[in-house]
Design a binder for this molecule. Structure first.
Ligand code: GDP
Ligand code: MG
Length: 691
């Protein structure tokens, strides 16, 4: 008998694997990483009598069809390193879902032992598990455990010994005659290549082929008869799809759940709930089929209202502070290039951005509370159906909502998405969520050209962004990111009171990215824009107009920025932009915040004039080149064109150059086309004058 056993502890996330692992191995373990990825790998030794057991704590997974990085790591470990035994750690309070993975382990042909963990919690909830009966119907040994108390560890080790000395025939589920007859054919041809079938269990691979598991097809390539088997598998898949009118992947999933329900019905009794559960009571309302979506919309709306309501005051304080700072510099320093750089460039550019920090902080604060309380998982459920219509998942809702604050943390938040395809789509559409940096542009132009409906106008732009993001998700899913939906189980954690440390950490983490951007990219662009609007220096011809206003304007047109604006304006004219808007669009590529400061600099009517937005608003409104239609189209353009450099860098880091290039091109083409259409149609109907 083998006295050196490798045992994998596997199971769903939070089922108690690590707790059991620590209880079994005590201090004798080491922590490292799986090769090539940042997933933690825990390995420990337990010695008992003359036997040595090597335990591996695998990452938590829901299925062996691997989508997320954790699932890939766990699957590859089990398939490639072939542990002697798998101990499936099951959460006894949620057996039906936990057993789904267990069935897949059984198909691997490796002996499986089930640890019925959390048995104390199950009992407290009035869930009575008849483990003998369940063990018989599932065909695997089961042991009740309580991780934190170390209860059941010895019994578990006994079960491991028993399994090693007397391995029973592997037991696996019967998928129904039609599926089984197809599986039998595939299994037989897979088993024909003995070298291959020594590596991969034939039955498991046959099932995976029917599930259309890409990795299984990849592994099949090593088989001598791969092309024939693949053809047979594809044919079986098509047959199942047609016969059941459903995806074969879904049929297999349904069969598994049906089997589990049957097994569980016999062996699990739920006696009357011992205690009243707040979570369940609240979810009766919040998760109600008809109420969940309206409640979500109400929550989102309240978050926005509260953000703007509370944000108004600190924003005003910051504006006053930066105004005071500029005034002080203007009054104490003599007119010089340095003074102009400080006041017009740095304070005008960075100060304007920092004034919006309170809004972002408050928005992130409110979203973090929702996240920590457990509402965001409910929001994912509430929006799942709606998002499905556009080819997305409810899981995408959190990154999208963060996008209203800042795209950078939003793009990073999409890491939690299981399927790479959904993750790419979510990242690509996040920039449509009008972020905190686009807000000043929208507020400025809405106030200037739609003074009576400014707030509604800004809301319209938010709505346009959401609609565009959904439509683009739909189109992407139908074209470049085609593929079947990824089935997955969403978790509904119990509601908990958020902890102050947790909230502070979340807010800080997300806000820091925004502030860092103000200190780097925006500072650099503010200085650059100041430079290209101030140089080359303009010398008015002797005898030219004395008025400083006229001189300032001429100087601007003469500057590099003016020249640039004039040079590129033909591209922008179809959208109704003249050179100032064209120049602002270009500088806005670095960061949207820069648009307002560029406009501030372009429309400055002499440095003596105060730089307050009231003045800027009037100046823009009085520009003969501007009209409400052009202003609206400009807001739309700002909404659609590629996000700031910081967001682009994040996209690159998350999904690579190829998708970054695609995104930039896609948004540019879409922005230009849509804005041209809106402007041309609008002009046709004379909206420019009427609005
Ligand atoms: P993992 O994600 O599977 O590694 O789960 P952990 O070992 O981190 O456990 C998740 C949580 O469940 C921790 O707070 C544990 O203390 C708790 N836990 C684990 N096993 C049990 C158990 O048998 N009973 C109870 N009541 N709690 C448990
Ligand atoms: Mg763990």
């Amino acid at each position: 008998m083998n006295n050196n056993l490798t045992i994998a502890l596997a199971g769903n996330p939070n089922s108690g694997k690590t707790t059991l692992f620590n209880a079994i191995t005590g201090a004798h373990h080491k922590v490292g990483n799986y090769p090539g990825v940042t997933v933690e790998k825990r390995e420990g030794i337990r010695v008992r009598g003359d036997k040595q057991y090597r335990f591996i704590d695998l990452p938590g997974i829901y299925s062996l069809t691997a989508y997320s990085i954790d699932e890939v790591v766990a699957r590859d470990f089990i398939l490639d390193e072939k542990p002697d035994i798998i101990v499936d750690v099951l959460d006894s309070t949620n057996l039906e879902r936990n057993l789904y993975l267990c069935l897949q382990f059984q198909e691997l042909g490796i002996p499986v032992i089930g640890a019925l963990n959390m048995s104390d919690e199950a009992e407290a909830k009035g869930i009575i598990v008849d483990e003998k009966n369940l063990s018989l119907s599932l065909g695997l040994p089961l042991v009740k455990t309580i991780g934190p108390k170390g209860i059941g560890i010895d019994a578990l080790l006994d079960a491991i010994d028993a399994t090693v000395s007397a391995p029973s025939d592997s037991h696996s589920i019967h998928y129904g005659d039609e599926i089984e007859s197809r599986l039998a054919i595939l299994q037989k041809s897979i088993a024909a290549d003995t070298a291959f079938s020594a590596k991969y269990p034939a039955r498991w691979l046959a099932v995976k082929l029917l599930e259309k598991d890409a990795n299984a097809y990849e592994r099949l390539k090593e088989h001598s008869g791969a092309p024939q088997i693949e053809a047979a598998a594809r044919e079986a898949v098509t047959w199942l799809d047609k016969h059941y009118g459903k995806d074969s992947e879904i049929i297999v999933t349904e069969q598994r759940y049906g089997y589990i329900r049957g097994a569980v019905r016999e062996s699990i009794k739920i006696v009357k709930h011992a205690d009243f559960s707040v979570t369940e009571a609240v979810d009766k309302v919040i998760m109600n089929r008809f109420l969940s979506l309206p409640i979500f919309i109400l929550v989102l709306w309240s978050v926005f209202q509260l953000t703007f309501l509370l944000g108004e005051y600190p924003m005003a304080w910051l504006e006053t502070f930066f105004g005071f700072l500029s005034d002080t510099i203007l009054n104490t320093m003599s007119d010089s290039l340095i003074r102009s750089l400080l006041v017009d460039g740095i304070i005008g550019g960075v100060g304007g951005v920092l004034s919006f920090v309170p809004l972002i902080v408050i928005l992130f604060f409110l979203l973090s509370i929702l996240e920590d309380v457990g509402y965001m998982s409910r929001a994912a459920f509430a929006t799942d159906k709606l998002l499905h219509a556009f080819g997305l998942h409810g899981q995408s809702i959190f990154p999208m909502m963060l996008g209203f604050g800042c795209s950078v943390p939003a793009i990073m938040a999409s890491r939690t998405l299981k399927s790479p395809r959904d993750r790419i789509i979510t990242i690509l559409i996040t920039p449509f969520m009008s972020c905190g940096a686009k807000l000043p542009v929208h507020v400025l132009l809405a106030a200037a050209f739609f003074p009576n409906h400014a707030a509604s106008m800004v809301m319209v732009l938010y709505a346009v962004g959401v609609v565009l993001s959904l439509c683009c998700a739909f189109v992407l899913k139908k074209t470049v990111l085609k593929g079947d939906p990824t089935p997955f189980v969403m978790e509904l954690p119990p509601y908990r009171a958020p902890t102050p440390q947790g909230i502070l950490w979340h807010v800080w983490e997300k806000t820091w990215l925004y502030v860092k951007k103000a200190g780097t990219i925006i500072l650099a662009s503010a200085i650059l824009i100041w430079a290209i609007t101030s140089f080359p220096a303009y010398e008015p011809a002797p005898g030219a107009a004395e008025e400083s206003v006229v001189n300032a304007e001429a100087a601007l047109e003469h500057s590099y920025a003016g020249q640039l604006g004039h040079f590129i304006v033909p591209v922008f004219r179809p959208m109704g932009f003249e050179w100032k808007l064209a120049a602002a669009s270009v500088t806005g590529f670095a960061a949207k915040e820069v648009i307002v400061s560029t406009l501030g600099i372009l429309y400055r009517v002499g440095t003596e004039e105060d730089e307050e937005s009231e003045g800027l608003r009037d100046a823009i409104r009085q520009d003969p080149d501007m009209n409400p239609l052009a202003a609206f189209v400009f807001m739309l353009f700002t909404l659609i064109i590629p996000p700031c450099f910081a967001a682009l860098a994040t996209i690159k880091a998350e999904i690579g150059w190829k998708w970054l290039g695609f995104e930039v091109l896609f948004l540019l083409v879409l922005g230009w086309t849509l804005c041209t259409i809106v402007y041309q149609l609008g002009s046709l109907f004379g909206l420019g004058v009427l609005l």
